[in-house]
Write a protein that binds this ligand. Structure first.
Ligand code: PBG
Length: 333
């Protein structure tokens, strides 16, 4: 039951009293953002001479190894808590070979980064196959073109170990295969990485808001879509909670809800369910919508960014993945 603290009606009760000055508003603000809880998603592409802008995400680039290092240092200097790396390889094949190749782009980029960034921010990796497969799906395909859950688990486990060997400090599986957290946990433990945490993309929806990411990571499915493995936006709410419970039972150290803004109800329910840190991913489409409206002069860009992040925080996110992480961290400090 909510405590009742208000007894007198207007004119004794005047909620506006606490809104009158900036000082008062700051004093009673219940929701605050801190740079340390922001995570910056970054793309690193193999075989390019300079950073390449992502058309559908103004301000976001596909990095070279060199520009990645520089941008990671800038994020660290701004106080950003972590970065999460996505790789775009030159060669793709049906099994996503570059995902666990020690010379694959993410592994190579990780080795240069981790050696010079130290502990100034946490370097994480997204563990999935879609950036590495020529068909663009998140797993291996069966003869009939379905994603083969159990065969894919071995590929994820191997990719996670390759990332940990290259220095990844947090493994974040995003492929929505059943059993992926358990398979990765077991492989990490068996290879001497019992101390590496797993941030599980637990409740991940088959969302239209991932559109621009597929340009950035060059991973649009070549046929079909991801609805047979990612969750249906109209699906039962209990499905998200079940995914979270299963991931925790399989050894997840933190869980994620994705996308963020259209799923704040799910985020709140997950926050109320678990004790572990809960992350929310403000995805590419959420970014692109605000940037596009702002570019047209239809919305106040800076206010819309902050309001969306505050909403995600208020709904219960402890950690927020956002492409604006560095900019927002600078603004906060
Ligand atoms: C899968 C992955 C995706 C995103 C993060 N990890 C794409 C997808 O599921 O289709 C999307 C992130 C975004 O839209 O910003 N490796």
């Amino acid at each position: 039951m909510r405590p009742v603290t208000e007894t007198a009606p207007f004119p004794a009760a005047r909620p506006r009293r606490l809104r009158r000055t900036a000082g008062l508003r700051r004093l009673v603000a219940g929701t605050r953002l801190h740079p340390a809880e922001l995570i910056l998603p970054m793309f690193v592409k193999e075989g390019i001479a300079g950073p390449q802008p992502v058309g559908s995400m103004p301000g976001v680039v596909q990095h070279t190894r060199e520009s990645l290092r520089k941008a990671a240092h800038e994020a660290a200097e701004a106080g950003v808590g972590g970065i999460i790396l996505f790789g775009v390889p030159e060669q793709k094949d049906a099994r996503g070979s570059a995902a666990d190749d020690p010379e694959g782009i993410v592994q190579v980029a990780l080795r240069d980064l981790v050696s010079d960034i130290g502990d100034s921010l946490v370097v994480m990796t997204d563990t999935c196959l879609d950036e590495y497969t020529d068909h663009g799906h998140c797993g291996l395909l069966t003869e009939s073109g379905e994603v083969d859950n159990d065969a894919t688990l071995e590929r994820y486990a191997s990719a996670a170990v390759a990332q940990a060997e290259a220095g990844s400090q947090v493994i974040a599986p995003s492929g929505m295969m059943d059993g992926q957290v358990g398979a990765i946990r077991e492989a990490l433990d068996a290879n001497g990485f019992a101390e590496i945490p797993i941030l599980a993309y637990s409740a991940k929806y088959a969302s239209a808001f991932y559109g621009p990411f597929r340009d950035a990571a060059e991973c649009a499915p070549q046929f079909g879509d991801r609805s047979a493995y990612q969750q249906d936006p109209a699906g039962p709410v209990g499905e998200a909670l079940r995914e979270v419970r299963l991931d925790l039972a399989e050894g997840a150290d933190a869980v994620m809800v994705k996308p963020a803004l259209a799923y704040l109800d799910i985020l709140r329910q997950v926050r109320d369910l678990v004790e572990v840190p809960v992350a929310a991913y403000q995805v590419s489409g959420e970014y692109a919508m605000i940037e596009a409206a702002a570019a047209n002069g239809w919305i106040d860009r800076d206010r819309a960014i902050m309001e969306s992040l505050i909403a995600i925080r208020r709904a219960g996110a402890d950690l927020i993945l956002t492409y604006w992480a560095t900019e927002v961290a600078r603004r906060l400090s």
